[in-house]
Design a protein around this ligand. Structure first.
Ligand SMILES: Cc1ncc(COP(=O)(O)O)c(C=O)c1O
Length: 439
């Protein structure tokens, strides 16, 4: 039996450039680490809480759809999507301030496919995609696997930095590079949880029109704002004010219904959406027909509209729980900006802690996170960790943070990994004060 290395070497010559360099999702890899270990609490994957899925309604809807009376339920469907769902999407978008027509929509197999289709249709190898620093890994892999040149632009408290954007685009164009798009997640960004300000959104639209650059706006979390910290108006998509057609808007039912259905959509300028739909034909012909039916029925019966306020409450409680636990256990060491919605808390550790090796120690204690480096285009070292609080019960978050804190204490007292004698206090270690942490 040949070794894995021998087998890999044997097939290497048969792979394309993309096949040889294809990037795996760092989150998926991190998530796999704890899989199957009893009592493991992984804060790595940004999964919704499965106990919040509308199980009973889904069971009834699926059973009715599968009663055999309508053969199209299990038939191939239109690439664009199931027509009643497309019509429903017009209403969903309208509630977010976006006016759209069916011709401007395509249903995708998750927003992840939407990102991949955008990469296929917008990019040639070597073209630039401007991304946030840090950025959602699924965007980085989709654009990276299409051989994009990923150029990261820092974020400030209001969103992606305009002055840096200006510098980046000017520099890239001067160097003769084609800038294909800016990719952003303005609502409760993955991984930072950052909510882009209204002013910055309007500035970005003005920038896109002036610089003639497409914006890929990825919005899976917009309806999951926390009522005590943000409002619907704060999450108004850029697309809603996109008078000139520079925005390609992606959204998904993964976080408001269930991700197992893989039903999401793109709304964009008709000529681009036409191309995306053609590209989709060669990827999967159509998104799962049964999945679309179930999602449509859930929407039609008002189940999504009724459950979203409950989801907001449930995720806000988890946010409060993880912040309380962090403040209690690690308040003198770790800082973060309080998430105003979504699934993630972006925790900053002092310089004396190596966030990657801390994660390995955490794994031995039954907890895990995604190190910040995973969200950087150059995998640069980071003092941050993304803690996904979305899928666990409040009590489990307490246990997870207690384990994390134990790993931190061990790291600091371990002569091999600790801060050393020169830096005794938290302040000397570069730790933010508890007052600066928002927990
Ligand atoms: C910012 C962002 N975009 C896209 C996705 C993919 O979502 P979907 O399940 O619709 O493929 C995720 C999933 O976590 C995400 O966080």
């Amino acid at each position: 039996m040949a070794s894995e290395a021998t087998l890999n070497a044997r097939y290497e010559a048969h792979l394309s450039r993309v096949g040889r360099t294809v990037r795996a999702s760092a989150i998926r890899q991190a998530g796999d680490l704890g899989a199957g270990i009893p009592d493991f609490i992984s804060l790595a994957p940004g999964f919704p809480d499965a106990s919040l899925f509308p199980w009973t309604e889904i069971r009834d809807i699926a059973a009715a759809a599968l009663d055999g009376r309508d053969p199209t339920v299990l038939q191939y469907g239109q690439t664009r999507g199931y027509r009643p769902l497309l019509d429903a999407l017009i209403q969903v978008l309208d509630a977010r301030g976006i006016v759209s027509r069916v011709e401007e929509l395509v249903v995708t197999t998750g927003s992840q496919q939407g990102l991949d289709l955008c990469a296929r249709v917008l990019l040639d190898p070597g073209d630039v995609v401007l991304v946030e620093r840090p950025a959602y890994t699924g965007g980085l892999t989709a654009f990276g696997n299409a051989q994009a040149r990923l150029v990261a632009v820092s974020q400030d408290a209001e969103g992606v930095s305009l002055s840096e954007l200006e510098r980046a685009i000017a520099g890239e164009r001067r160097a003769g590079h084609r800038v294909a798009a800016l990719y952003i997640v303005p609502n409760f960004q993955n991984p930072t949880g950052l909510l882009t300000s209204r002013t910055r959104r309007l500035q970005l639209l003005e920038w896109a029109a002036r610089r003639e650059v497409l914006i890929v706006e990825d919005d899976p979390y917009g309806s999951l704002y926390f009522d005590d910290a943000a409002s619907e108006a704060d999450t108004r998509p850029l697309k809603a004010d996109d008078r000139e057609g520079w925005v390609i808007y992606l959204s998904s039912f993964s976080k408001t219904a269930a991700p197992g259905f893989r039903v999401a959509w793109i709304a964009g300028p008709e000529p681009i959406v036409n191309r995306l739909a053609i590209a989709k034909q060669s990827v999967d012909l159509c998104t799962g027909t049964l999945d679309q039916r179930v999602i449509f029925e859930i929407w039609k019966r008002g189940i999504i509209d009724r459950s979203v306020p409950r989801l907001r409450q449930a995720y806000a409680l988890k946010r409060t729980a993880i912040e309380k636990a962090l403040a209690r256990e690690l308040g003198d060491l770790v800082s973060w900006g309080s998430p105003r919605g979504g699934f993630f808390l972006w925790a900053a550790f002092p310089a004396s802690i190596d966030v990657e090796s801390l994660n390995r120690r955490c794994a031995s204690k039954g907890v895990l996170y995604v190190p910040g480096s995973a969200f950087h285009v150059d995998a640069r070292a980071s003092q941050h960790a993304r803690l996904a609080f979305s899928s666990h019960a409040v009590e489990r978050l307490d246990v997870a943070i207690a384990r994390l804190a134990e790993a931190v204490r061990e790291t600091l007292s371990d002569p091999a990994t600790g801060p050393g004698p020169a830096s005794g206090s938290a302040a000397a270690r570069g730790a933010p004060s508890a007052a600066r942490s928002s927990g």
